[in-house]
Design a protein around this ligand. Structure first.
Ligand code: PMT
Length: 406
């Protein structure tokens, strides 16, 4: 089961070359088992035929304002009733202008006017058209109506110009759709999440690091944001794209991470340390590349500060502090020791020897230990693991009375 399984999406397309991207989105949505119904303006059909959307979605494509559904209800009323979200993509300047005036002169504008479901508008057009005060004023009106606008990207446009106006990326839109469909139980929470490895330099060519890919921390950041939290992600060097809409602070060494975390820790209501911070760093950083003359070579290391333990010392009563423990043995015992010694509210212990848990895989299996009890979660995706950890954090915030006061 996917996050979008069974979600009914009404995809309204208008006349821009970016309709072909909407066709790709339809395909992505169907892959995630969403039920997609398409609605096309006459101009949209100049770029891509209804047959393309029908084939990709396995569903009817609507364009006729005066069609009657089998139950005798006009299409524009039924379409807005029968879906969970209305996604207008691409939305041209013309369509945006129609929607801003409350016009109902074609099926798309009539459906938007009749809609009581969340409406998401994704503009795509020439940059001068997009930045024109008329379009900007219209978009402000649409925000006032409660519609969600996904700002277009900047870059080279099909018209040959460069600037704002490119249809936003699918990842951004997908995250917004998911947040509209997810209960906002972390609204008002400021959550700091660390992710990925650190790099401890030896010389200009070499460093000490570990196998963390950042997947666990990034999944927590995405899911927390979806549930309404304001997330700051402090991340070591990883190969993952920055999650859309999340403030990312990029660091390299454990010392960089410590500085970045301490800068934001005081304002955070929740801190989750999923990063794999190096315990030691080279005592000396060589300015020149070290040569391989010696047969045996040893590196002297100094201990890094334990950031989590320091956060535990400074923790305010109303803050929730969550650690991870990467263990290869004695999981329960080690988890309890770290929970106690670092003054944590919750710790997620994961096994780093398993092929499907811990470092650099898409799944995890964690033992969650708090001050009162422990739960062993089954093997699941890192996103689902993140949801369970965040459920536990909601419980802890409730216990501290921190959700009621928001
Ligand atoms: O990134 P992925 O590939 O998805 O892998 C996920 C993960 C295995 C890295 C993650 O789930 C995980 O277990 N993160 C913690 C790794 C770790 O450093 O565990 P630890 O048991 O060594 O440290 C315990 C806690 O202290 C951790 O929360 C760690 O962030 C923190 N710590 C450790 C050392 C240090 N100097 N400062 C710290 O704050």
């Amino acid at each position: 089961m996917n996050d979008l399984t069974g979600v009914r999406i009404l995809l309204g397309t208008s006349g821009s070359v970016a309709v072909y991207k909407a066709a790709e989105w339809a395909r992505e949505l169907v892959k995630e088992e969403a039920i997609v119904t398409t609605l096309m303006t006459a101009a949209a059909q100049q770029f891509v035929t209804p047959l393309t959307f029908a084939a990709l979605t396995g569903n009817s494509v609507y364009s006729n304002m005066f069609s009657i559904d089998p139950d005798g209800v006009m299409a524009h009323i039924n379409l807005s009733r029968e879906n969970d979200v209305l996604l207008v993509a691409p939305a041209t300047a013309q369509t945006i202008s129609r929607l801003a005036t409350g016009s109902a002169e074609d099926l798309l504008s009539a459906v938007v006017l009749a809609a009581k479901i969340p409406v998401v508008i994704c503009p795509a057009m020439n940059t001068n058209m997009y930045t024109h005060p008329a379009t900007q004023e219209n978009l402000h009106k649409l925000i006032g109506f409660g519609y969600r606008i996904v700002k277009p990207d900047s870059g080279s446009l099909a018209c040959g110009e460069t600037g704002e106006g490119r249809l936003a990326g699918w990842d951004t839109v997908r995250e917004l759709l998911l947040s509209l469909l997810t209960p906002q139980d972390l609204l008002g929470q400021k959550i700091v999440i660390t992710a990925g490895p650190t790099q401890e330099p030896i010389d200009p060519a070499r460093y000490i690091t570990n196998r963390s890919s950042g997947k666990m921390g990034y999944a927590l950041a995405r899911v927390a944001q979806r549930r309404g939290a304001e997330v700051t992600l402090i991340t070591g060097p990883v190969h993952l794209p920055p999650p859309p809409g999340i403030t990312c602070v990029h660091i390299l060494s454990a010392e960089d991470m410590e500085n970045a975390v301490m800068d934001v820790a005081d304002k955070a209501t929740v801190i989750i340390k999923a990063a794999a911070v190096a315990d030691y760093r080279p005592a000396e950083i060589h300015q020149q590349k070290m040569k391989k003359y010696k047969e045996h070579f040893s590196l002297e290391l100094d201990k890094n500060n334990d950031i989590l333990a320091e956060l535990g010392k400074r923790k305010k009563d109303e803050q929730v502090l969550v650690g991870f423990a990467a263990e290869s043995q004695n999981h329960d015992q080690e988890g309890r020791r770290k929970l106690r010694e670092k003054n944590l509210d919750l710790i997620a212990v994961n096994d780093i020897l398993g092929k499907t848990t811990g470092f650099d895989v898409d799944t995890n299996q964690v033992l969650l230990i708090d001050r009162e009890d422990s739960t062993s979660l089954p093997l699941m995706s890192k996103e689902n693991t993140a949801s369970h950890i965040l459920n536990k954090i909601v419980d802890l915030l409730n216990r501290k009375g921190m959700l009621a006061t928001l």
